[in-house]
Design a protein around this ligand. Sequence first.
Ligand SMILES: [Ca+2]
Ligand SMILES: [Ca+2]
Length: 180
Amino acid sequence: MTIAAVAVVAGVGSFALWSDSEVAQGNQIVAGKLDLLLSKTQTSINNVYPGATGTVASGTLKNNGSINGNLTMKVPASSIQGSENGLAEPEQGDDAENGELCPFIQLSVKVTRGEDTTTYTTPNFLTNTDGINLDKLVAGETIGYEVMYEVSKDAQNNIMTDKCRFDIDFMLSQVAGTEL
Ligand SMILES: [Ca+2]
Ligand SMILES: [Ca+2]
């Protein structure tokens, strides 16, 4: 049996498989932002009556971020404060601690996008905890809004002098995984 003597000479120093590497430097992923700006004029409205209508707040909303969002508006239940605010003679006996006015207030909101105006309304605005969908607000877009009230014609003497305070929240949210 003959053992052949085999000499192997590596081309470059070792028996490792060839490899090469380069570094692509400076990679980064930067999160965009979702940032809602609100300008507002809010009003304290006095002397309402069954059937009264008017504007309770108005201004502009801007998506000041770089991500498109979905805009909703709601009145947080915790912000609604009714009060009897004194007892007028015709409402004697209707002196519940929270007054009787709040349930008779109906809200709607008019949104202006460029030349287009859309009015969003729901009978349960004050008690709708999900909020009202005002459609999308794309990055950089500014829209006008006007929140209007109406005191239901079904209201009776028991709302006289009563007071109703509430906040209006606008919220911009990304729709997960969806390009709007
Ligand atoms: Ca009352
Ligand atoms: Ca009252």
